[in-house]
Design a protein around this ligand. Structure first.
Ligand SMILES: Nc1nc2c(c(=O)[nH]1)N[C@H]1C(S)=C(S)[C@@H](COP(=O)(O)OP(=O)(O)OC[C@H]3O[C@@H](n4cnc5c(=O)[nH]c(N)nc54)[C@H](O)[C@@H]3O)O[C@H]1N2
Ligand SMILES: Nc1nc2c(c(=O)[nH]1)N[C@H]1C(S)=C(S)[C@@H](COP(=O)(O)OP(=O)(O)OC[C@H]3O[C@@H](n4cnc5c(=O)[nH]c(N)nc54)[C@H](O)[C@@H]3O)O[C@H]1N2
Ligand SMILES: [Mo]
Length: 690
């Protein structure tokens, strides 16, 4: 069988899996196992998007799996809360005690139990399947999973109708690619392969990003706008397309809704106005619009690769709406290599209700807590408005103490003596330090799963390559056993992981093909909106959204300035963004020595001119601070930063920081215009030599 290939004359087999990480690429993995030990993880050459290559991080997967610091048995807190002191206990002892604590809390109000999870694994099974069933049966609070993508997601849904777009492979045929708010080389490497192919075939690549990233360096042009000003830029591109009549009138008439209103609004954004907001020149905007509009005359396809980097600001939802509209103005959707891609995840027929079983709520409607405001919510007392104070927190697939905004509040919440916290983890993360119990979870090499992707349209299967390391158990198994200890006897708690894998797509994906090849390409149209057919209520690309208007919001998109806009504070004059460090995946891999060695230490990138006025030298230790807190790190003076903007590359574990903090000490809990998402990159700071 191809998925389990013995290599001739050896004790070695190769198993096909899937990369579990929160990344658009969702690679197909090939793990080589010798005598039961995984010795190598490679990209699967048979999977077209992976094309046999992996990023540096995941090619070090065995180093992470067999890491000497892995949690290999259940651990119970023995020191003061947050001290990180634990002693091993048996599974039975841990599960009995946890079940008894949860039962006591739930007897008063099950909503006092709060799950907290995100995409530590993107697996549909090790994510919210058995866990969802467990919390639904209990009647626990729900979690609004907003930490990453919900502003942009809402922007897409209210414009194109769903998380759908240009197929990634067709970017290879584009003649103009705008890489907008994405450091593709670092965070979407397998898209970069297609963009590079287009570049070799004569395409022009333009990067729109405050930071001169690895990707910006490799593009023909780089437009270093101020954070959170993308909406203004998009409106001004529209203004130029209109006044020069670089428009596809036929497309606008037949396949869009609200063009007259949008036209009026865009005409208010001449390049001079937008340039002042964006901190760039009017000539840059005119040139960008000319390149984009040229596609109308030449017929050469123009495509936009947005990524979530641009929507972590107050106006993130509106900015994504505006950018997602651009292809309709020039009729770029007519080509399979034209249009826009932010997320492809809407293409996947995931059977969430089958996996999570909301019917187990049995008519109860628990409150919903937003993961972006966990700092505030852990500190909220009981009230008629909120309901019970959070009394128990079950964390899996996430490291909130490191990754959630406004760390001072988050840490104060986790440090509450009366909060009972259980963390399912591979490692003793910053979050695990605050646990009452740490339960050892398996890694991707040790369990079954099924995956979707947000960067391509292939479904993937992950087979376990090795037996669980130590006493680790899959998340599913931990929740299965916890359910048994709670006395939950519904038949669905007995479903095995292989059964759950089959349930994830039901009949919509051929499971035998998945078992056989490890991936299945979904049948999606080559040029999805060549002739309209948007999955919106109107069937058109919705410039005007009645659904937003019905919620009392502006049905038409606009530039929404940052809460903490550049030039609005003399105390905190610098805008800080905190995009991913290349060798980490959010806060995962920070503890893998070889990768941490490459990243060095937490760094603040700063423009030499901003440093000069503050008497800061390259390599100095600096205090980065604002009204929420202070974070000390080393400064790197280089031309990656534009004047006025600093970059705190993330997301380090706090305990590796020189003062035990990371950049989220500075970020705020304010939410975006659409989607209730955090605003990590909407953050003013001041910097001093420490
Ligand atoms: N190596 C690596 N890969 C990753 C991740 C990682 O941590 N490391 N994270 C993964 C995750 S969780 C996600 S969500 C995805 C996408 O993750 P994203 O967070 O979108 O990451 P990037 O693609 O690096 O895009 C961020 C880029 O947006 C830029 N940016 C910041 N603010 C603005 C702005 O206001 N406007 C514009 N135009 N640009 C801005 C940043 O400078 C940066 O270069 O990547 C995934 N891939
Ligand atoms: N300042 C700043 N903050 C950010 C961002 C930023 O750009 N700047 N990016 C934001 C974004 S885009 C995102 S998506 C979030 C990400 O935040 P998280 O979703 O919390 O992601 P990670 O930090 O990678 O932590 C995931 C944890 O899950 C664990 N894990 C992995 N697989 C499994 C498993 O199978 N079982 C169990 N039990 N655990 C597992 C890993 O060991 C890891 O500790 O961070 C956000 N925070
Ligand atoms: Mo993310």
């Amino acid at each position: 069988m191809p998925h389990r290939t013995p290599l001739p004359g050896t004790n070695t087999i190769q198993i096909i899996g899937a990369c579990p990480h929160d990344c658009p690429d969702t690679c197909s993995l090939l793990t080589t196992v010798e005598n039961g030990v995984a010795i190598k993880v490679q990209g699967n050459p048979a999977h077209p998007h992976t094309a046999g290559s992996l990023c540096t991080k995941v090619s070090r997967y065995t180093e992470r799996t067999y890491h000497p610091d892995r949690i290999l048995q259940p651990m119970k807190r023995v020191g003061p809360k947050g001290s990180g002191q634990f002693a091993p206990v048996s599974w039975v002892e841990a599960l009995e005690d946890i079940a008894s604590r949860l039962t006591t809390i739930a007897a008063v109000d099950p909503q006092a139990v709060q799950p907290y999870s995100y995409a530590g694994t993107m697996g549909l099974v090790q994510g919210e399947s058995m866990a969802g069933r467990f919390f639904n049966k209990l009647g626990a609070s729900l979690l609004e999973r907003t930490i990453c993508a919900s502003a942009g997601g809402a922007g897409l849904v209210h414009t194109l109708g769903g998380k759908v777009g240009t197929r990634v492979e067709f970017f290879a045929e584009s003649k103009l690619i705008l890489i907008w708010g994405s450091n593709s080389i670092s965070s979407n490497l397998h898209f970069w392969r297609y963009a590079n192919q287009a570049k070799r075939d004569g395409a022009k690549l333009i990067c729109i990003d405050p930071r001169k990233s690895e990707t910006a360096e490799k593009c023909h042009e780089h437009i270093a706008l101020l954070p959170g000003t993308d909406g203004a830029l998009a409106l001004s591109i529209m203004q130029q397309l209109i006044i020069h009549d670089w428009l596809d009138h036929d497309y606008l008439t037949n396949y869009t809704l609200g063009w007259d209103q949008l036209r009026e609004r865009a005409l208010q954004w001449p390049p001079e106005r937008a340039a002042a907001v964006c901190g760039i020149t009017a000539a840059q905007i005119e040139s960008l619009a000319r390149d984009y509009g040229a596609s109308v005359q030449s017929g050469a396809p123009a495509a936009i690769r947005m990524n979530y980097g641009l929507q972590r600001v107050h106006g993130g939802g509106n900015a994504v709406r505006l950018i997602a509209m651009l292809p309709a103005l020039i009729g770029a959707w007519r080509h399979r290599a034209g249009g826009v891609l932010l997320s492809a995840s809407g293409a996947f027929p995931v059977q969430r209700a089958k996996l999570e079983r909301p019917d187990l709520l049995a008519g109860r409607t628990p409150r919903t807590v937003n993961m972006a405001t966990i700092g505030n919510d852990l500190l909220r007392p009981a009230s008629p408005d909120f309901g019970p104070a959070i009394a128990a927190l079950i964390v899996y697939n996430s490291n909130p103490v490191a990754i959630a905004p406004d760390s001072a509040k988050v840490v104060a919440g986790f440090a509450r003596e009366d909060l009972f916290t259980v963390v399912l983890e591979h490692f003793q993360t910053d979050t695990a330090d605050y646990a009452d119990y740490i339960l050892p979870a398996t890694t991707q090499l040790e369990h079954w799963d099924v995956h979707s992707s947000y960067g391509h349209t292939d479904a993937l299967l992950n087979r376990p390559a090795i037996a669980p390391v130590g006493q680790a158990k899959p998340n599913t198994q931990i929740f299965r056993e916890l359910a048994a200890h709670m006395g939950f006897t519904d038949a669905c708690f007995a479903d095995t992981d292989e059964v759950l894998c089959r349930q994830a797509y039901g009949d919509a994906v051929d499971f035998d093909e998945l078992l056989d090849k490890g991936f299945v390409t979904l049948p999606t149209p080559e040029a999805p909106f060549a002739e309209g057919g948007f999955p919106t209520p109107s069937g058109k690309c919705e410039f005007f959204s009645q659904r937003l208007a019905d919620r009392g919001l502006d049905g038409l998109p606009d530039h929404v300035p940052n809460y903490e806009a550049f030039n609005t504070s003399t105390d905190y004059p610098l805008a800080m963004i905190s995009p991913p460090a290349r060798n980490f995946l959010n806060s995962s891999f920070v503890n893998v020595q070889s990768l941490r060695d490459t990243e060095g230490e937490p760094l603040l990138e700063m423009h030499p001119a901003d440093a000069a006025t503050r008497h800061i030298q390259n390599g100095d230790t600096v205090r980065v601070f604002n009204k929420r807190g202070e974070h000390c790190c080393r400064v790197s003076l280089n031309d990656r930063a534009r004047p006025g903007v600093v970059h705190g590359l993330g997301v380090w574990w706090r305990k590796f920081g020189m003062d035990g903090t990371n950049v989220n000490q500075l970020t705020s809990q304010a939410l975006t215009d659409l989607g209730n998402a955090p605003t990590f990159y909407d953050c003013l700071v001041e910097v001093q030599a420490a």
